[in-house]
Design a protein around this ligand. Sequence first.
Ligand code: CTP
Length: 411
Amino acid sequence: METIPLLKEKRIVLGITGGIAAYKACTLASHLTQAGARVDVVMTEAATRFVTPLTFEALTGRPAYTSMWRTSDEALPTHIAHVGLAHAADLLVIAPATANTMAKLAQGLADNLLSTLALAAQCPLLLAPAMDVGMWAHPATQANVAVLRERGAALAGPAQGRMASGLEGEGRLVEPDEILGHVRRVLGRDGPLAGRRVVVSAGPTEEPIDPVRFLSNPSSGRQGFALSQAAVDRGATVTLVTGPTHLETPVGFERVDVRTVEEMKEAVVEASETADALLMAAAVGDYAPTEVAAQKVKKRAEDLTLRLTRTPDILAAVAERRSKTDHPRFVVGFAAETEDLLENARKKLEAKSLDLVVANDVTAADAGFGTETNRVVLLSRDGESMELPLMSKSGVAERILDRVVGLLKET
Ligand code: CTP
C-alpha cells in the first residue's frame, strides 16, 4: 500500500471496542500506518479479549493504550494520557464500535480511557458500528446513533450480511478499506476543493455490434477512479461517470454507470452543467457500428465487413455548453498517443478547448491502458509543461489535482 498524501503525518486515534470484528481493526491499523498516518490505538478491556495490544503495537510501531491508569509510553504521563491523545488527534475512529460504547458516547459517559478520550476530543469522530442484528435495530441504539449523528459524528456502515452468530442482517462491520475511504472523506472535507463540484469520466466505452458482442478498448478505469479519490481527498463533491469496469466504488462520490459514448456524453454534459471542473479520463471510442444487429450475427461468408460511424466528441459537446453557461470552469483532457506525443497533445488542447491536457504515451509497457502505473506530461493552456516520472496512477492523480486546485484558485 502506498502513502496517501492526505494521511501523511495525520494523527489518528483508533479506538477498538469489544466485538469479534475487532480482528478487522488489525488490517485497518496496518493500512492507515502504511498510508503514512500516525496511529495511536486505544482499546477497551473487552477489545483485549479478542485481539491483543501487542498486535497493534507491532502493526503501528507505537504503544497501544488500554487503561486510564497505565501507559507504556513514558513520554506521556499516565494522568493525562486521555487529554494528550485527544487534543493531538486529527481524527478519532472507533472500529468496531459496539452498542455499549455508542451508548456511552451518546450519554457523555467517561468510564474508561476510550470514552474519556472521546469526551475530551475536539476532532471529528468516525464510528464503524458492529453488533448483532437485534442490537443494531433496537430503538435505544438507533436513538443513540441519531444523537451522535446530530452532533456531527460520521458513520461507516454497518453492512448487511452474515453475523458471527450465524444470523443474517444489518450490523456487520464494513470492510477495513471502506473504513479507510470514510477516513479520507472525513479528513478531506475541509480541503482546498471544499464546496467545489468535480466531474470525472473513467473507463472504456462499449458499442454493441449485436446482443452478445461489442467494440471496446482495454481501459481499466483506474486513472479516472484515482482522480475521483484525489478530488474527494481535497473536499470536492465528485460525480464519476464510468464505462464498464471491475473496480469497486470508493467511498464519498456519486457513481453514474454508462456503456456507450452516447450515454457517457449525456451523463457528462448533464453533470458538467453545474461543475467547477471536468476531468475527462475516459477512453472514449471514436467509432460505433453503424447498425446494431437485433440478433446474434451468424458466421457465414469468409469475411465480414463492419461499417462504423463516428461517435460524438464529448469534450466538443462540453465546450459548446461551456461557451453559454461558463461551466465547467476548468476542463482537463487526456491525450492517448502512440506517436508525436507532445505535438498531438498540444493540438488536442487547442481543438478541444482544454485548460490542461494530460499527454500519455500509451505504447510504453508501464503506462497507459490497463497498467498500474502511468508516465505523463501535463501541458497547460499558458504553454507550461510538466513531465512527471513513472508513478502510480494515484500519484499521477495527486499531481493533476494539485494543478487543478492551483488553477481553480485563479478563476
Ligand atoms: N474524447 C471525447 N469524446 C470522444 C473521444 C475522446 O471527449 N468521442 C476525449 C477523451 O476522453 C480524452 C480526449 O478527448 O480526454 C482525447 O482523447 P483521445 O482518444 O486521445 O483523442 P481523440 O479525440 O479520440 O483523437 P485521435 O483519435 O485523433 O487521437
